[in-house]
Design a protein around this ligand. Structure first.
Ligand SMILES: CC(C)C[C@H](N)C(=O)N1CCC[C@H]1C(=O)O
Length: 722
């Protein structure tokens, strides 16, 4: 018999301890949800500008930037396992959250410091001189952030759940919804704010895009998140870890497998569950707890497929948006801003579902159990992809007919003084007026062509076209030097417009933001945003200004005639190489609505389910298992992106939708055989079977705490056995 000190008494009775409440909720919850809001602001805010930092600060190419970005996101969803092990086996959730939040905040500050170009810009030219320093610092920052954000994620949700007493089960479910609302409110605000901060100019020696501010504000938010969490310290219910539970779990599973193998002969009687083969050596309670966790983890196997579709919102759907028009009249939406529709919808759909839809379904007498909700959530996500496929079919109707890999396409632009008859061997005849172009691209299934112009004398020239490419034959004022210029062969990125100029003026010209162009030359493409753009053309003292209004995703060649200054830029002609996007981005709203409805049913429910079905000492572990489904989904997206795509994007969307339907059918069958449990009840029952009265159980817990870690793992479990 050991003496129960006040402190120990508190430890054993803490679940029963009355916590301060407000409207039926523990007050400590307030600190946890505010902490989550700030943390998600910090995480998503930093993520919103990360690719741009790689691309335009570190000057990495698109492929490297996106690969490192996705690897970082996947790492953020893998580290929860580590956090959960630390919390459930060693430090407890409270201390784990504090320590890993410190790591996280240090990571954010390191990241912000790595973006200060002035640190290494000795020659003051606006670019860092020592890229290795910035890369090393930012990678260190990202690793610390991934450790921190992933590590605390399973602990915060589970720690929030721990604050509720048994009579607060309704409030507990609402907590997970509010928790999800905070995630999305934080992410929405930060994804709107950090890009604006980045667009500011700042610097000591030279003014540059303000990455230090864009990364600095998330770092400050992470520090606030930590301070808020610590501020609630006195109010939390803190459950201590019961020794190195993960090590005990691994040893117990290992023993069960070994023991089963040793007794594989049919002469040994079968046992109800393979984990029962650990009965000889391990505590029944531990075995029962492992069975509960394994049952849920098994159920999670098909779930990554949901996240595989969900995560494509940020990639494929954003690319789809770049081929659409974002002109909403009152405002213009950029393709990547379309993603903010998801958190906005979450903020509206979670309350609607919680307060209206789910109670209504219950009133109708339907049993909409958590696993049914998750299955329906998956079906909604599949429908979202069907909707995306339908939108894609509409877009495809408006897209130019790009050349296949064996074809070549050619357009002709005439800046000669008269109309020309252009013959392209063997049988293409085009009549092209001065400062005009052929109506559309001509497609060839061979590359070697001969072009003849009906000038006097006739000019003939041979060309070799690019296989799979689009080119323009530029006929300048001196047609003998006609030449080929390569054109864009896909929609310009980010919904921008690709423009270029052909100089038909007799001398060099300067155009706003472009290098000077020689007579008869053609500039390379420049990308310009949607909206009205002004250009100033200059030659010596002469200048004129012209404006054009651009839509989304078009490509133009502007032909500058020799009279450009005498008619004040009026005579510049515009050749449309690629039509602007005509399918409206609003058509993406149904797919966002469907996927977000699916997310509310799947993700919010999954969070609650993972908490409710976990034994008390493995709550964080099961949360980590849940988050791992997200990590695997992310990795699948990475692999799919690497493997390439189906020739038709709409077909790929339909393929993913069908895969998710198939997976949801498998999941519903698995769910059918799953029996919901009350882990506390099972634990109490096992203890009862072991002949332990509640008081004895508490004493025994204390005795176990007295022993050293190793003994506790090895002997503690045996000791409780009957
Ligand atoms: C992608 C949105 C900004 C956030 C999303 N709706 C969401 O809440 N989550 C996506 C993965 C799980 C969850 C999160 O915890 O961030």
């Amino acid at each position: 018999m050991i003496n129960l000190t006040d402190e120990k008494m508190d430890k054993t009775t803490k679940k029963k301890k009355k916590t301060a409440e407000c409207c039926g909720y523990p007050i400590s919850i307030f600190f946890i949800v505010v902490n989550e809001f700030c943390e998600r602001f910090s995480y998503y805010g930093m993520r919103a500008v990360l690719v741009l930092y790689f691309r335009y600060f570190l000057l990495w190419d698109d492929d490297l930037a996106t690969s490192i970005y996705h690897a970082f996101v996947a790492l953020c969803y893998l580290t929860p396992i580590l956090g959960a092990i630390i919390a459930d086996s060693w430090l407890g959730k409270f201390k784990t959250i504090i320590y890993l939040s410190i790591v996280y905040a240090i990571g954010q500050v390191t990241m912000a410091i790595s973006t200060i170009h002035d640190i290494t810009d000795a020659n003051r030219d606006g670019t860092p001189d020592n890229f290795t320093f910035h890369i090393a610092l930012s990678m260190l920052g990202l690793i610390l952030i991934a450790l921190g954000t992933g590590g605390i994620k399973p602990c915060v949700a589970a720690f929030g759940g721990d604050q509720f007493q048994e009579h607060q089960s309704r409030q507990l479910n609402t907590f997970f919804s509010v928790f999800y609302l905070c995630i999305n409110a934080g992410s929405l605000l930060s994804t709107l704010i950090t890009p604006v901060l980045r667009a500011q100019e700042c610097g000591i020696h030279t003014q540059q895009q303000c990455y230090p501010l864009a990364f600095g504000v998330p770092a400050v938010l992470m520090v606030i998140s930590l301070v808020v969490f610590i501020a609630g310290s006195g109010m939390y219910v803190k459950t201590d870890p019961e020794g190195n539970i993960m090590w005990s779990v691994c040893k117990c599973i290992g023993f069960a497998i070994k023991n089963r193998f040793r007794h594989r002969s049919s002469s040994y009687p079968k046992r109800e569950h393979w984990m029962d083969w650990a009965n000889e050596k391990y505590d029944k309670l531990l075995i029962a707890q492992i069975k509960m966790v394994l049952k849920v983890l098994f159920l999670y196997i098909p779930l990554p497929m949901f996240w595989t579709l969900f995560d494509q919102k940020g990639s494929r759907w954003t690319l789809q948006a770049t081929t659409m028009s974002g002109d909403f009249g009152a405002f213009i939406l950029q393709p990547d801003q379309m993603q903010t529709v998801n958190p906005i919808l979450i903020l509206t759909l979670v309350p609607i579902m919680d307060r209206l839809i789910f109670p209504l379904i219950q009133k109708c007498g339907l049993n909409f159990s958590p696993l049914k909700r998750m299955t329906v959530g998956m079906l909604f996500a599949a429908m979202a992809f069907v909707s995306a496929a339908l939108v894609q079919i509409e877009i495809d109707k408006t897209l130019p007919n790009f050349p296949s890999s064996s074809e070549s396409q050619l357009k002709v632009v005439n800046t000669y003084s008269t109309t020309l008859n252009v013959t392209i061997s063997p049988n293409e005849h085009l009549l092209i007026e001065s400062f005009g172009s052929s109506a559309d691209y001509v497609t060839f299934d061979h590359q070697d062509i001969t072009v003849s112009l009906n000038t006097n004398p006739v000019i003939t020239k041979a060309f070799s076209l690019i296989k799979g490419g689009r080119q323009t034959l530029i006929i300048p004022s001196d047609p003998t030097v006609m030449y080929l210029k390569e054109d864009v062969k896909s929609k310009p990125r980010e919904g921008k417009n690709a423009i270029r100029f052909v100089n038909g003026y007799t001398a060099d010209l300067n155009i706003t933001n472009l290098d000077s162009i020689e007579p008869s030359a053609t500039t390379n493409y420049t990308l310009v945003n949607q909206g009205k753009r002004d250009f100033v053309l200059r030659h010596g003292e002469q200048w004129c200004e012209f404006s054009r209004k651009f839509g989304f995703g078009a490509s133009y060649t502007f032909l500058i005639p020799s009279t450009v200054f005498s008619d004040d830029c009026e005579s510049i002609t515009e050749v449309e190489d690629m039509k602007p996007n005509s399918v409206h981005m609003a058509l993406q709203i149904p797919q966002y609505f469907l996927i977000t409805t699916g997310e509310v049913m799947f993700s919010v429910t999954g969070l609650q389910f993972s908490y409710s079905q976990a034994p008390k000492n493995m709550k964080s572990v099961l949360q980590a298992g849940w988050l791992c489904t997200n990590a695997v989904g992310n990795i699948i997206v990475l692999i799919v992106a690497e493997l390439g795509k189906l020739p038709k994007q709409w077909a790929e969307y339909l393929l993913f939708a069908s895969l998710l339907v198939a997976v949801s059918i498998i999941f519903s069958i698995m769910a059918y055989f799953y029996t919901y449990i009350d882990p506390a009840e099972i634990e109490a029952q096992v203890r009862k079977e072991q002949g332990l009265e509640p008081e004895e159980m508490e004493k025994e817990t204390l005795e176990m705490e007295e022993k050293d870690e190793d003994q506790k793992n090895e002997q503690g479990v045996k000791q409780t056995k009957i």
